[in-house]
Design a protein around this ligand. Sequence first.
Ligand code: NDP
Length: 434
Amino acid sequence: FRRNPGEAEFHQAVTEVFESLEAVSRKRPEYAEAAILQRMCEPERQIIFRVPWMDDAGRVQINRGFRVEFNSALGPYKGGLRFHPSVYLGIIKFLGFEQIFKNSLTGMPIGGGKGGSDFDPRGKSDAEVMRFCQSFMTELYRHIGEYTDVPAGDIGVGGREIGYLFGQYKRITNRYESGVLTGKGMGWGGSLVRPEATGYGAVLFTQEMLKTRGASFDGQRVVVSGSGNVAINAIHKAQTFGARVVAASDSTGYIVDEAGIDVDLLRQIKEVERGRISDYAERRGSKVSYVAGGNVWDVDATVALPCATQNELDDVAAKRLIEAGVLAVAEGANMPCTTEATALFQEAGVLFGPGKAANAGGVATSALEMQQNASRDSWSFEHTERRLSEIMVGIHDRCAATADEYGMPGNYVAGANIAGFVKVADAMMAQGLI
Ligand code: NDP
């Protein structure tokens, strides 16, 4: 930790993985001799750059850009870009570190990386977002490529931003290199199911966990945090599986809709109008309550899907959910549960799906997008969704089998960390001192 001062989220992510690896160290002492853990904690490369751009009033604005290329043992660096005012090196490193193991778990040939900026797209005009993205890519382009590093979206980076970033990459390089970014639009190299994949995947993973207790989504009362890309698609999939999703949130508050959230209306407000969750309550009228500044985890649930941001569900919220009888929790977001909350869920016997397994459907489908780009093909929705489903079942089964193998049955945290780690560690051992 002395090498990386002030990077609290990175420390948290590393600690969580290391705690799971004690059993591996006993079984595979060669990893310690080769200093695999120490090497994995040090990114292969990290780039920090100035992003100057001009706002609509003609004022010069400066943001900071990041790309951390963490580990390429399994394939080109792969991981999203986050645009949010809270972004700093510690956030990007935590996300990049998690991404190594998540990408390994998918079984696809992709390494781990992450990037972003402290730019806040909220309240900015389309023209401002475009100018920012163009400036960001004017530096980033020299570090990325189909065989090198393939960014995608994350918080604050959706289809609009990927479009502006791709346009600028193409303009600078004079190459139509579809495989350089994923999350592209359907008409220009994007993959069907990619927009839905993380949320759908989280629900598919949860469904597999529920099956181990003879349960399913049918009839569950579900609470989802956030109302962005992951949250909306998780709500949609959970409802198609027969659940009633009663609450969702954004950073200003949450809504409770006991009839079940109208996902088409939520999509229209958040994705088309770029509105707030409070607008949903206004449109639905008196049947829906809006709690400004409240914590969505005050709402009872049998299945909880945190899909907003890191450390949003703490020990107080975990105790409340356990008392209310929660059966399963799956992290649609990256590290949304604090270390204490995760421990409480596990001690209480709640089914707990960690983000690096439960939300891996997005990056797995990004890898499917890369496959389609490489073969200049485009697959149907049904075919791609079937692949996603197979991948999520595979990840679930790999986590469960690894947890069993290491004497921790039902511990998906340990299963995900160990299974993800061993594959990367073996590749690093085989590739020499890298
Ligand atoms: P979006 O930007 O589409 O949505 C994020 C949502 O979370 C918004 O509702 C936002 O509310 C809320 N939120 C963000 N920051 C905070 C905060 N500090 N406090 C409370 N609410 C907050 O992002 P995504 O849906 O793409 O990402 C959500 C999570 O899922 C992230 O952890 C991301 O890393 C993870 N993830 C995403 C993948 C993807 O494919 N998109 C893949 C794997 C993981 P508001 O609008 O008010 O800010």
